[in-house]
Ligand binder design. Structure first.
Ligand code: ADP
Ligand code: VHF
Length: 402
């Protein structure tokens, strides 16, 4: 296992290599706070925590930075008024609780920010708003205008209209997409745990990971999918996904506890810093496809198709498909796999799973002649594809192999 605390350490065990100037100097910051940080152990909304958070964000605003808050907590805030002892399992009751709770949550924030002379503005978004060009632009324009007029945008997922298929299910990834949308300088994820640990933080001996520079730094790290208290939804998995999305889009990300918010924003070496990776800025759609979707099935490609899709960024045609797995419908996200099982890309498929066996291995011309022009369409169009490996030869072998 890698050294959990990287860089030279002070006597206190802090990481002095992390100056965190990217945080201290950030002009535009997205801060996400999770349900677990906003609720008391008894399940009520923690007004003190909301007040403290508003103090910290207002300070940063007063210092000239633009701040967008992404806040969970609507479902949690709706439980007590609805007489529910715990987070309900079914989607409709969760959505009902969210509609009750969101208003209460915003009322608390409105009062807390008003003490600093700031106007809170509720912004409810769905994944559609992030990936469809018109909605994307609208969301971007509204958020920018809110920042221009000095308001404090408070974003949450639009829980009442989001469905299982399209909902993020967590605000961690939404926050990363918002950071990308706004070209933020930094993303801060606040939870009830002060950092990413190399295993369950409740376990004695678990070690804080101070810095993550690439995926290899997470090898061997046990990233749990459920929080301790059952109010949060994604556990560490979605936070690490969020950090991956943001850093790929060039946005450095700090993960720490809400209690550390002030220190994190000041650039102190608290929590876990995920450093930004300076690469070509991906589209929001690509980020969403790669990180925020769950594949509904897989399509297995022959080596020639792997080379075409990965090497030439071509659309996937029926001729290159050898197998189909899972029960997906047209429009669903699917994994494209090489024959050795490696996932080489993810894309939105144009056919139902049941249709593919009759098409695979056939040329587009044959399909159009035998089945009609509707069957000329690709299995996955290149615009609906995101590549997950770069070197086709690693998985497909050199050209010449069938
Ligand atoms: N490797 C890990 N390091 C830190 N925390 C972890 C890890 N694996 C699982 N967790 C859990 O993830 C929880 C945070 O996730 P969650 O409850 O969804 O938070 P939030 O409501 O802030 O989104 C922590 O309370 C912790 O118990
Ligand atoms: N939109 C939901 C968010 C659920 C969610 O992502 O929760 P969390 O894991 O606490 O960030 C709510 O407000 O309850």
């Amino acid at each position: 296992m890698r050294e959990a605390l990287s860089g030279p350490q002070t006597e206190e065990g802090e990481d002095t290599a992390d100056r965190r100037t990217e945080l201290a100097g950030a002009r535009r910051i997205v801060v996400k706070v999770g349900s677990s940080s906003l609720t008391t152990p008894g399940g009520d909304i923690d007004r003190d925590r909301i007040g403290e958070l508003a103090d910290v964000l207002a300070e940063r605003r007063a210092a000239g930075a633009e701040v967008v808050l992404v806040s969970s907590g609507a479902v949690a805030a709706g439980l007590a008024p609805m007489g529910l002892p715990a987070r309900p399992r079914d989607l409709a009751t969760q959505q009902a609780a969210a509609s009750v709770g969101q208003g209460l949550l915003i009322a608390h924030y409105t009062a807390a920010f008003a003490r600093h002379g700031l106007t809170a503005a509720q912004v409810l978004l769905t994944v559609e708003d992030m990936i469809r060009r018109v909605q994307h632009r609208n969301a971007q324009r509204t958020l920018r205008r809110l920042l221009d007029i000095g308001a404090m945008p408070i974003v949450n997922e639009n829980d009442t209209v989001a469905t299982h298929e399209i909902r993020f299910g967590d605000n961690d990834r939404l926050a990363a997409l918002v950071a990308h949308l706004l070209r933020a300088d930094a993303l801060v994820l606040l939870s009830d745990v002060d950092a990413l640990y190399d295993g369950n933080p409740a376990r004695p001996g678990a070690r804080r990971i101070a810095r993550v520079e690439d995926a290899a730094d997470l090898d061997g790290v046990d990233i749990g999918s459920a929080g301790r208290r059952g109010v949060g939804t994604g556990g560490m998995v979605t936070k690490v996904d969020s950090a991956r999305i943001a850093t790929e889009a060039g946005v450095p990300t700090v993960l720490t506890s809400a209690a550390n918010a002030r220190a994190a924003l000041a650039g102190a070496p608290v929590g876990t810093l995920f450093t930004a990776r300076a690469r070509r800025r991906p589209s929001t759609r690509q980020l969403w496809l790669a990180h925020a979707t769950t594949a509904r099935g897989s399509i297995v490609l022959d080596p020639g198709a792997v080379r075409a899709v990965v090497g030439s960024h071509a659309s996937l045609l029926p001729a290159g498909v050898v197998k189909v797995e899972g029960d997906f419908s047209a429009g669903d996200p699917v994994d494209l796999r090489a024959e050795d099982g490696t996932v080489v890309a993810r894309g939105l498929v144009n056919y139902d799973a049941a249709e593919v066996p009759d098409l695979m291995g056939r040329s587009t011309r044959w399909l159009a002649r035998e089945l009609g022009p509707d069957y000329e369409r690709e299995i996955v169009h290149r615009d609906d594809l995101v590549l997950l490996v770069r070197d086709p030869e690693r998985v497909a072998g050199p050209p010449g192999r069938p």
